[in-house]
Design a protein around this ligand. Sequence first.
Ligand SMILES: *[C@@H]1O[C@H](CO)[C@@H](O)[C@H](O)[C@H]1NC(C)=O
Ligand SMILES: *[C@@H]1O[C@H](CO)[C@@H](O)[C@H](O)[C@H]1NC(C)=O
Length: 356
Amino acid sequence: MLHQTLLSLLACVVSLSSSAVILDNGMPILWAQTASQLTELPIQNDVLMPNPWNFLHRMSLYRLLIAATDPLMGPMGTGANESPFWGLPLQLGWMLTSGRLVDPTGTTACGMETGDTMCISTESWWGCGNYFVSVLPFLSAAHNGLMGEGVPVQMQVPEGVTDLCTTYADCSASFPDAMSKWDTFFQGLKAATGSPLPENEKKDALLGLYWQAQMASTYASATCNTKKSHYSAPEVSFANSWQNSAEYVAAAHFQSNLEKASKFLIPLPGRVLKEGDVAPNIEGLSTEENNSLYTFSWMDSINTTLGGTLVNMWKKAMCSVVAREKGRELLEQVLLTTNYNSFTFMGVLTTMATSC
Ligand SMILES: *[C@@H]1O[C@H](CO)[C@@H](O)[C@H](O)[C@H]1NC(C)=O
Ligand SMILES: *[C@@H]1O[C@H](CO)[C@@H](O)[C@H](O)[C@H]1NC(C)=O
């Protein structure tokens, strides 16, 4: 049944000329197959023991995290799926259908159609980076009581893997900045309910804490960088600019809810890039995929040309609740309009930066 679903998703990927499939019935792919209760995950001696190297377990961490925090997400709006966490399971689904979770070394069949399709390879740079934005926030949420009182959690780990943390204590020791920022986010979320701030300011403040935590996790995931050597130069360059783009999104306090995050993720490349792929002219990619890769590459090259100051300028321009609202609109235009002109972007940004 599960295998069938996955095969039809994969077939879909192939027939639509590699456009990434990230939604299934309006939800992240295979969502219906994930755990809706903690007790559906493995428990040994009263310790919850998910296996984050299984796609469905890792996706379950997101489902449980979203369900546990939704009652506190009131400031995000009245819709059903307004939590900024939605961006993460959507990304993980895209990584699966675009072939980014398979063993890139080809030494095992992990993640391949001929092996365990639900296996996330410990050699995948994408799977490694995502560990920091799935396992870390889940452990912090459990530690902060969001999954119920005193639920001890220990992640399963494949034999021979020693560089990834598996418990709250372990992760806090190895990645103190990321873990303390997730703690701050979850504590802020709990405190927001009683806060007298207007809803739009609460929302902006919570999204600020959320992105600080997500970026701290991203920086901590630099430990995955050795795994980049398994990929082609265009894939590494895309991976870098994809990661860099988070800086812009974070500074604008983007609300990565189900609807908005989907819009940004659908144009991401539906297959791993290979040598010779040059945006915006990559064979087999849709117009939107060609275009988003191209946008990423020019934003990177402007930043490089300006000696890294584009990001600083952007961060400076995102100086108030209103400025960040404008920034989010600008990002949408840049990423979703075909052939958006980089000069227009610089013009708008300069105006914004000087009006702070
Ligand atoms: C992406 O670019 C390649 C090369 O120009 C082209 O073959 C392909 O059709 C483009 N995709 C679309 C749908 O524009
Ligand atoms: C911008 O460029 C600087 C210097 O090259 C680099 O360190 C930084 O990672 C880049 N940031 C982004 C968001 O592209």
